[in-house]
Each structure stands twice: as structure tokens, then as C-alpha cells.
Design a protein around this ligand. Structure first.
Ligand SMILES: [Zn+2]
Length: 328
């Protein structure tokens, strides 16, 4: 494609700039504009280069983050693995996908597998899409099935004024919901990458154990509780890759406002990412919430129960027993 002349693009944004701002791949924008899922470009040069203005970026951001669950289906297509999608196996030295690539992978997985949907939770502080990836048997993932499950689990969440039969029905029929929150701390990238592998494993596994997990459980993967940080840290890592400073610490915050303390915000919920998570949590009524972190090259690696008294008196003892039973 010929490069547009400067005078033609003056005052407009190119698709690469817009894609970077939205935290997605240019190709994804092209295909969604083509399919009508996003509005047409604001302008086009005589050589057919698409151009955009701020209003378009805002409209696209709304469409990408605040719309109904994003669902794509193509039954016969091959289910991509993270390695085939990215071009390298996860964990390859020197290779870290950006947030746009991570989201694009899950979109591709959802397009290829009826066991996966990508659900928009809202925008991050800097406007990147925050997503939940739902993985379950196809019949558990239809809109009505998801809504029905929320209603059933909601009965158990607040059983007051409920008849015993209503509660028994909920216990018998509801699918349990397991939420895995990955990489809230953006320099702990392992968990985000793990969610890509786990989603692929569950989307492709055909053994009885996988089928049982899929039929009985809705797994909600949150690939990152801080999408901005994935790119802030990734950019910094990439800047020094191959130099003597490779792997050096980021000198500024990797969450725009609260940095590493984003996981000390759960009782105040001052940050939009945590507000999105809390809204999802209170909508889905999960039975299991797994908040994944990662330790550095030295120091403690594992923290296991029993935890030291005093335990938070606001937590139900059943929750403490749950920690002890699961082992984290
Ligand atoms: Zn952490």
C-alpha cells in the first residue's frame, strides 16, 4: 500500500495509531470495520488509506468495551494455540506479547471454539479493553444460560426469603463459577500467559476430565487486572532487551495511579480496573476466586496455609477454611 502524502493525513489518525491507542491489532480493526461491527473510517485518501478522528476512536472504544458480550463463531476453523498465533511458544526468552496481542489471541480462540467467549468488562485507566474469557461447555455459554446461572447462584448468594425448594434447585442445577484473576501486578506476567495456555487446553481437550470440568464449571479467566501495566512494562522490557540493562526494574509506576498497590485497593475500589472486577464478581457469584501472583528470582516462592493469626474477623470462617483446603 503506498504511503499517504502528508497533506492527505493532516489532522487525522492512522490505523496503527488508533490500534495502539485502543490496545488492539490493526488487523482486528480492519476486519471489524469490514464486517460492520465498527463504524467506517472517518476519511480515506485517494490511495484508499483509512483515516480516523477522535470521535471515531471514542465510538470504537465504546463498541469494543461497553457492548454486549463479544461472540464470534466459525465452527469448522482450527483452534489456534498461543504458539501458532504468536509465532513462538509462551515463555520463550525475550518474547512477551503486548495486551493487544493477548486480547487478539482470545478473540481468535473464541472465533474458533464454541467453548470460549470473550466478555468485555470495561475500559482500563488508559482506555484499554479489560476482558473476561469464559470457558465452558457450549451450552453453558449462551446468553440465556449465563443469565440463568447468575440467577441460580444469586439465590445462594442471598438465600433470605427463598424457599428450600428454590435453594435445592439452585444447588442441583447451577454450574459453579471459578474466577482466575491473573497478573494484577504487571511485572508478574506468568499468570497472564498461563491463562492463554489454560484456555487453549480447555478449548481443545477431549478427555473425560476436561469434559467434566467444562460441563460442570464456567471458568472465567481475567488475563490481567491491569492491562495498561502489561504494555507499560512490556514497552520498558523491550526497550532494553539485548542490552546490559535487560530486565532492569521499571523506574515509574506500572499502574498509572497506584502502581504495585493496585491489589491494596480491594476494600476501597478507587481504581476502575478493580471496580470492573468487583462488578463482575457481584454479577457472577463465583465459588472460587484465584488471584495469581508471581515471586521474583530470590526470596520466598510459595506461601501456604495455615496463615498467622489474627485472621481478618470480617471474613467468614468458611472462607478461611477454603484457603486451607485449597492450599493457598
Ligand atoms: Zn503480585
Amino acid at each position: 500500500m503506498p504511503r499517504p502524502k502528508r497533506s492527505e493525513t493532516e489532522g487525522f489518525l492512522t490505523i496503527t495509531t488508533v490500534a495502539r491507542r485502543l490496545g488492539v491489532q490493526p488487523q482486528m480493526l480492519r476486519s471489524r470495520i469490514g464486517s460492520g461491527a465498527l463504524p467506517p473510517a472517518t476519511n480515506e485518501t485517494p490511495s484508499r488509506v483509512m483515516l480516523f478522528d477522535e470521535a471515531w476512536v471514542e465510538a470504537a472504544r465504546q463498541a469494543l468495551t461497553d457492548g454486549a458480550p463479544v461472540r464470534r463463531r466459525r465452527a469448522a476453523s482450527r483452534v489456534p494455540s498461543p504458539a501458532s498465533f504468536l509465532g513462538y511458544p509462551l515463555g520463550t526468552a525475550g518474547k512477551v506479547p503486548g495486551w493487544g496481542e493477548i486480547v487478539a489471541y482470545f478473540e481468535a480462540l473464541a472465533a474458533a471454539s464454541d467453548r470460549v467467549t470473550v466478555e468485555a468488562l470495561g475500559s482500563s485507566t488508559q482506555g484499554r479493553p479489560m476482558i473476561a474469557v469464559a470457558v465452558s461447555a457450549a451450552e453453558n455459554l449462551t446468553g440465556p444460560a449465563r443469565e440463568r446461572n447468575r440467577e441460580l447462584l444469586g439465590r445462594l448468594w442471598d438465600p433470605r426469603d427463598r424457599a428450600e425448594t428454590e435453594l435445592a434447585e439452585a444447588i442441583a442445577r447451577a454450574r459453579s463459577v471459578a474466577v482466575i484473576l491473573a497478573t494484577q501486578h504487571a511485572n508478574e506476567i506468568g499468570a497472564a500467559l498461563m491463562t492463554m495456555e489454560l484456555a487453549h487446553l480447555l478449548a481443545t481437550g477431549d478427555d473425560p476430565e476436561t469434559r467434566e470440568v467444562l460441563s460442570r464449571t464456567i471458568t472465567l479467566l481475567i488475563p490481567s487486572g491491569n492491562p495498561d501495566g502489561i504494555d507499560i512494562y512490556g514497552e520498558w522490557y523491550g526497550r532494553w532487551l539485548g542490552t546490559e540493562y535487560e530486565g532492569c526494574d521499571l523506574p515509574w509506576l506500572y499502574h498509572p495511579y497506584v502502581g504495585h498497590d493496585n491489589n491494596r485497593d480491594w476494600f476501597m475500589l478507587t481504581q476502575v480496573e478493580n471496580q470492573h472486577f468487583a462488578a463482575m464478581h457481584n454479577r457472577e457469584h463465583p465459588q472460587l476466586v484465584f488471584d495469581m501472583h508471581q515471586m521474583g528470582r530470590d526470596g520466598a516462592r510459595f506461601m501456604v496455609p495455615p496463615f498467622i493469626d489474627p485472621l481478618d474477623p470480617n471474613q467468614d470462617p468458611v472462607i478461611q477454611q477454603g484457603f486451607a483446603a485449597i492450599g493457598t
